[in-house]
Design a protein around this ligand. Structure first.
Ligand code: FAQ
Length: 309
C-alpha cells in the first residue's frame, strides 16, 4: 500500500493522523492555516474582555474574568504547540499575525462598550465557539483533536459563568436589562459571522470535509447555533435582533436572516472597527516581551553548555 492510500484509509476509517505519519502537503498546509488562525483568535480574543478586568463590578466577577482570559492564553498555547507538531514555527506564526499576513476570528474586531458585553461574549461568542469546536474533537489530526477536548471543557465553563452573569443582570434594574439587550443587539450578527461565509462562498469547506478536518459545513453549524441559542434567549428575556427569526416546523429548525456579508469581508480584510488597535496591541506586547525571550534563550544556552561540560 502506498503512503497516500494509507493516509486516505486512516481518514476514512475515522482513525487519527499523527505527526509522524505521512500526509499530503496540502493537508498539512490547511491544518497549519486553520490551527494558526484558531491560536491567533484565542490570543487576540483576550483583548476585548481583558478591557474589563480592572473595571469588573465586584471581586468575584473580577476573579472569574481574570481566570477566563488566562484560559484563553492557555488555549492559544496548546494550539501553537499543536501547529509545531506539523513543523510550523511559533515565532514565524506570531510574525505573520502581527504583520497582518495571517487571519484571526472576525469577532474580536468589535469593541466591548459595557460590562454586559462580558456576559454576552461568554454566552454568544463562547457558545458559537463551542458549536464549532465540539465537532473538532473528532477532527482527523490527532494533536488538534486532543487539544480541542480540553479547550471545549473550558469553553463550557466560560459559557455557563456568562449565562449566570446575564441572568443576574436580567434580574436587576431596568437599566441593567437595557444594557444586556443593547449588548445582544451589537453582538448577535457578528456571532453568526464567526462560522465563516455561506457554504457557497466557502473556498476551503469541500476539501476540509473530505479530509475530515472539518466535520460540518459553516451553514450547518450556524443553524445549530441559532437553534441552540433561541430558547436560551427566551429564558433570559432578551430579543434576538432578527425580524426573520422564527421556528419552521417543516424543517424542524429556525429560519433566520443573513448577516451583512459585506461587513464580514471588510472585517476579515482588516478594516473592522478594532483591527488596527488589536494588532498594534499584540505587536507592542510582543516587542515588550523581547527581553524575556532573550533571557530564556540565554538561560537555555547556559544550561546546555553546563550539561555538555
Ligand atoms: N473570521 O473557506 P472558509 C475562540 C476566512 S473561537 C476571520 O469557510 P474555513 C474562542 C477563512 O480563514 C474563534 N476569517 O474557511 C474564544 C478563509 O480565509 P483563508 C476561533 C474567517 O477555514 C471565545 C476565508 O475566510 N475559532 O477564539 C472567518 O474552511 C471567546 C474563507 O472561509 C476557530 O478558529 C472568520 N469568522 O472555515 C476566545 C475554529 N471565517 O484562510 C476568546 C477553527 C472564515 O483561506 C473569547 N476554525 N474566515 O485566507 C474553523 O472551524 C474554520 O477555520 C472556520 C472557517 C469555520 C472559522
Amino acid at each position: 500500500m502506498d503512503l497516500e492510500d494509507r493516509f486516505e484509509r486512516t481518514v476514512a476509517a475515522e482513525q487519527r493522523v499523527e505527526p509522524r505519519d505521512w500526509m499530503p502537503d496540502a493537508y498539512r498546509g490547511t491544518l497549519v492555516r486553520q490551527m494558526a488562525q484558531h491560536a491567533h483568535s484565542e490570543i487576540i480574543g483576550m483583548q476585548p474582555e481583558g478591557n474589563w478586568i480592572s473595571r469588573a463590578p465586584s471581586l468575584r466577577r473580577k476573579a472569574i474574568l481574570l481566570a477566563k482570559v488566562q484560559d484563553e492564553a492557555g488555549h492559544g498555547l496548546y494550539l501553537y504547540a499543536a501547529t509545531e507538531t506539523l513543523g510550523a514555527d511559533r515565532g514565524e506564526l506570531t510574525d505573520k499575525l502581527i504583520s497582518g499576513k495571517q487571519k484571526y476570528s472576525s469577532i474580536f474586531n468589535y469593541p466591548t462598550l459595557s460590562f454586559a458585553d462580558v456576559g454576552v461574549i461568554g454566552w454568544l461568542v463562547d457558545g458559537a465557539a463551542i458549536c464549532n469546536q465540539v465537532p473538532l474533537c473528532r477532527t482527523s489530526y490527532g494533536p488538534y483533536a486532543r487539544a480541542m477536548i480540553r479547550i471545549c471543557k473550558e469553553e463550557s465553563f466560560h459559557q455557563r459563568q456568562a449565562y449566570e452573569l446575564l441572568l443576574t443582570m436580567m434580574g436587576g434594574t431596568d437599566a441593567q436589562r437595557a444594557m444586556v439587550q443593547e449588548s445582544v443587539d451589537r453582538w448577535w450578527w457578528p456571532s453568526l459571522m464567526m462560522f465563516g461565509p455561506p457554504d457557497a462562498e466557502s473556498a476551503n469547506t469541500e476539501q476540509s470535509m473530505k479530509w475530515r478536518i472539518k466535520r460540518h459545513t459553516n451553514d450547518e453549524l450556524r443553524q445549530r447555533f441559532v437553534d441552540m441559542t433561541v430558547p436560551q434567549a427566551e429564558k433570559l428575556g432578551v430579543v434576538l435582533p432578527d425580524p426573520e427569526l422564527r421556528w419552521n416546523p417543516e424543517r424542524g429548525h429556525h429560519d433566520f436572516g443573513q448577516p451583512d456579508w459585506e461587513e464580514f469581508w471588510r472585517v476579515v480584510g482588516g478594516n473592522g472597527p478594532c483591527n488596527a488597535q488589536r494588532i498594534a496591541h499584540r505587536r507592542r506586547a510582543h516587542e515588550d516581551g523581547a527581553w524575556v525571550r532573550e533571557a530564556a534563550a540565554a538561560h537555555a544556552a547556559k544550561r546546555a553548555a553546563g550539561a555538555g561540560a
